[in-house]
Design a protein around this ligand. Sequence first.
Ligand code: ADP
Length: 245
Amino acid sequence: MSDKILEIENLTVSFDGFKALNNLNFSMDTGELRVIIGPNGAGKTTFLDIITGKTKPTEGQVRFKGRNLRSYSEHQIAQMGIGRKFQTPRVYLNLSPRENLEIACNPHKGVFPTLFKRPPSAERRTIAGLLETIGLIHKADMKANLLSHGEKQWLEIGMLVAQSPDLLLVDEPVAGLTDEETERTGELLLSLAESHSIIVIEHDMEFVRQIARQVTVLHQGSVLCEGTIDEVQSDPQVIEVYLGQ
Ligand code: ADP
């Protein structure tokens, strides 16, 4: 069994002849937290769309835990253990964080059957643990529409984790957050990284510095460079790309 959770080889994605990803190679180890940066249009969203199966490669291969994802649907890939957090939180606003997490723990049951039955004690413990992890135990039973934007982001991250993914994909988790919320989001992702593999797409370089051990820079659909935040920030090619924006 490979210790690589994700291996991408010679990946090209064309939209009407335009290569959004162009012969991209990428791999990450199981348990790694990787941050992807790159200017607008670099291909970051397409990269996540490929991993989740929303978009299929024109050429090349994507392997998750050693399995080639080409022949699997988006739904099957999610079930294999890939969870994606979009930029805007998608929580049930008229339900509480606890109820949202109950629903997330029972993805196949439906909202009403889940909420009308008291969860088994093991699930209640899991949910209490998740509420603790995401810092919302004190707001567990208030309506989610009363939460701040940051708290909704953490709840949605908790909902993803409730489904026990091996790989978490997190798209710009701190856009629009206060400095304090940004820092707490970093702490949350670092604590989740102790037991998950995580890819984060982010623009906020101070936040990247807080969480990143390894950074991949995308540019024009390919990997421009990889390294620590200090290494990529001092790379002449990266400086040129960002100054040219
Ligand atoms: P990023 O997330 O880094 O800003 P994207 O992955 O969204 O970059 O886009 C990469 C390039 O591919 C952009 O030039 C974008 O316009 C183009 N692109 C993305 N999706 C499509 C699509 N469905 N059809 C045509 N072009 C697309």
